[in-house]
Design a protein around this ligand. Structure first.
Ligand code: NAD
Length: 309
């Protein structure tokens, strides 16, 4: 039987994710959007490209949850972008409403699926998807750390003139300005970057990683990054679908790990066929822990704001 993946939200990230999956040809894709024409038009365009890619999968666009039935994975990218005059608080509430609606609609059709949440503020939206779905918490995962770590790897690669293939990076914490890039666990073929770069250069790269999303928004003027976010999402999809048991930084529900319970935060996890197979608990230094805690507080504050509304 063919694998089936539903991508909810046919905007930049959703459509590009659908395109990558279709191009790789490892699952049929359903592209869902509240704007039916956008979902249908982009899906048709991608399916016409499939013949050129020699990809055997089907790609359909829809505004009906019924078409998403029996999906193995649901990827949620639907949401509103932040508009001028809109506070983060407004965005939080607007997107929580979208996540509630699409989670209810999709899990009814695919009760055994695994959900990957991309919509921002991602850690909070993953929490909302978990609450609404009633799924086991290992089956709801947020995408953030894979992207942030890819950005960190890119900037280290540019600085050192070494292929990013040979660079491993780790970024933990909430997926936002307060993320926690960890140079101690960022290595070039096993050599910590702290041995290859001056502390000032490492700090500069960390700051660029933290504002990696904003740098692209500033250049694009409208919209935000989508190529690397889609590629990061597909890496997670493959890990789950092919039970790869990859060690990836993902936003996972913590139940006491890192001294935190009841929140989604970016941590290293083993990602496989059951979703989050294991959470790797790292012993953080005092400094790392204090940055991590600050980032966790930012996530907790947003969840409290949602709960109190
Ligand atoms: P976009 O505006 O291009 O697309 C969003 C899509 O969601 C639109 O097509 C819109 O019609 C659809 N949508 C809105 N409400 C809906 C509903 N109720 N049901 C179904 N579809 C609905 O945005 P984008 O660039 O694709 O980004 C999508 C989200 O992903 C944003 O929240 C963005 O901030 C986030 N994002 C997260 C990461 C990450 O690392 N986690 C990276 C990039 C983007």
């Amino acid at each position: 039987m063919k694998n089936k993946i539903s991508v909810v939200g046919a905007g930049n990230v959703g459509a590009t994710t659908a395109e990558l999956i279709a191009r790789d040809g490892f699952a049929d894709v359903v592209l869902y959007d509240v704007h039916e024409g956008i979902a249908k038009g982009k899906a048709l365009d991608i399916s016409e490209a499939c013949s050129l890619w020699s990809s055997p999968v089907s790609v359909i666009g829809t505004a009906s949850f019924i078409d998403t039935a029996d999906s193995d994975i649901i990827i949620i990218t639907a949401g509103f972008p932040r508009k001028p005059g809109m506070s983060r608080d407004d965005l939080l509430h607007a997107n929580a409403g979208v996540i509630k609606e699409v989670t209810e609609g999709t899990v009814r059709q695919s009760p055994n699926s695994i959900i990957i949440v991309v919509t921002n503020p991602m850690d909070v939206m993953a929490y909302t998807a978990l609450q609404v779905s009633g799924f086991d918490h290992r089956r709801v995962i947020g995408m953030g750390g894979v992207l942030d770590s890819a950005r960190f790897r890119t900037f280290v690669s540019l600085e050192l003139g070494i292929s990013p293939q040979d660079i491993d990076a780790l970024v933990l914490g909430g997926h936002g300005d307060q993320m926690v890039p960890l140079p101690r666990f960022t290595t070039v073929k096993g050599i910590p970057i702290t041995e290859l770069l001056h502390a000032n250069d490492v700090n500069r790269i960390i700051e660029r990683t933290r504002s990696g999303g904003a740098e692209i928004v500033g250049l694009l003027k409208t919209g935000s990054a989508f190529y690397a976010p889609a590629a990061a999402t597909v890496q997670m999809v493959r890990a789950i679908l092919f039970d790869e048991r990859r060690l990836l930084p993902c936003s996972a529900y913590l139940d006491g790990e890192y001294g935190i319970a009841g929140l989604f935060v970016g941590v290293p996890v083993v990602l496989g066929g059951k979703g989050v197979e294991k959470i790797i608990a790292l012993e953080l230094t005092k400094d790392e822990k204090s940055i991590f805690d600050r980032s966790v507080t930012a996530v907790r504050t947003m969840i409290d704001m949602l709960k109190s509304s």
